[in-house]
Design a protein around this ligand. Sequence first.
Ligand code: PNS
Length: 161
Amino acid sequence: MKIGIYPGSFDPVTCGHLDIIERAAAQVDHLIVAVLHNYQKGNGLFSVDERKEMLGAVTSHLNNIEIDSFSGLLVDYAKYKNTNLIIRGLRNGADLAAEMQLAQMNKKLLPSVETIFLMTAPEHLFVSSSSVRELMLYKRLPQGIVPTYVEEQLKNKWNKG
Ligand code: PNS
């Protein structure tokens, strides 16, 4: 069985992430979407449990997805999950530089690991979780940036002040 891991912060999951998840899921038998539990970074906008819940909701139409979280090194988590396949999305040259560093360090740590990149769809090239978090400060969210369910959760959050 071909198992892939799509790791990330997903704070929150965007339409760009969802596109990568759908395309990655079509390439493997089982796709683990793994949310980094980064204790050093604090809680972020959404808690890890909230991020996982949103990921579950927006991927409910796919039948080969597991939503999980991990802490520590990604390669250790990959070993624990019995896979050596990591999938990441690439939007631009800045992503490429950062992703190459990550992929090469992961390969150094665990030579059997392979990182595969999927090109972000053109309509999502400018979409990022960090811009969503910034827009939240101004209570502005153009359509097509995050899935409708996530938009509702963001609006709940800003209505709570
Ligand atoms: O969505 P992001 O924030 O771009 O995802 C980054 C992520 C989670 C893939 C990356 O930070 C990661 O794998 N962190 C775990 C620690 C690790 O294994 N680092 C690589 C060696 S320095």
